[in-house]
Design a protein around this ligand. Structure first.
Ligand code: TYD
Length: 221
């Protein structure tokens, strides 16, 4: 059996740092782990990412944005995620389909049912086994992101605080629809604390991969 883990939450909540930490923790225990980010994770997806984030693309229509995220995801699922899961490995993805519902749905006001249909076509219905939601107040997350990004502030970062508040509420609504796979972690704690809480949340799911990916005898500590 395999394990598909996604990380979600606002920009600046530390998802990419925590994805790296989680992957390192699992690898140290002998699991085979693939780390990915959305949009991206494939050569085609990284080119789509550049189009999506380009600051000059102010004229991008909401549906174009939706379909580009879906196109990158379709490629990632077929080229990487499904094959790795079929090999019994662990896949960690920094953002996935819940980001589309939260951002293009709740954030931009897109039709949720239509977004679900498009997402289903892109993923073939592949859903994460576990989703970690890193939660922190929107203003603090944006401030952190701005501090870290400097000149790398992109087209999507530049959206209003109202947009980011709607996205945060969107995550809560999406989580409420399938609470079993979600683990909500307070991202305002220190990096080490957050990492430990994520590890504790993931640990019970490792039973799914035990025996396939050669965990060390005592498992991750
Ligand atoms: P990135 O710089 O990777 O931000 P983060 O570190 O917060 O993930 O840029 C990805 C951006 O794309 C981010 O603003 C969220 C947005 N996004 C969507 O709007 N919809 C989606 O489906 C996905 C996957 C990402």
């Amino acid at each position: 059996m395999s394990l598909f883990i996604t990380l979600e939450g606002p920009e600046g909540a530390g998802k990419s740092t925590q994805a790296r930490r989680l992957a390192a923790w699992l690898r140290s225990a002998g699991y085979v782990v693939t780390e990915l980010r959305e949009p991206g994770g494939t050569a085609i997806g990284e080119r789509i990412r550049a189009i999506l984030l380009d600051d000059d693309h102010h004229e991008m229509a909401a549906m174009t944005e939706v379909l580009l995220f879906a196109a990158a995801r379709a490629q990632l699922v077929r080229q990487v995620i499904r094959p790795r899961l079929a090999a019994g490995e662990i896949v960690i993805c920094d953002r996935y389909a819940d980001s589309t519902l939260a951002h293009q749905g709740y954030g931009l006001g897109g039709d949720l049912d239509e977004l679900r249909r498009i997402t289903y076509s892109a993923t073939g219905g592949l859903e994460p086994d576990v989703t970690v939601l890193l939660e922190m107040p929107v203003a603090a997350a944006l401030e952190r992101k701005q501090r870290q990004s400097g000149d790398a502030w992109n087209r999507l970062d530049a959206r209003t605080i109202g947009y980011h508040e709607r996205v945060a509420a969107g995550y809560r609504a999406v989580r409420a629809a399938a609470p079993a796979r979600w683990h909500t972690i307070d991202a305002t704690a220190g990096v080490d604390d957050v990492a430990r809480r994520i590890e504790a949340a993931i640990r019970p799911s490792l039973d799914r991969v035990a025996g396939v990916c050669r965990p060390s005898e005592r498992g991750p500590s």
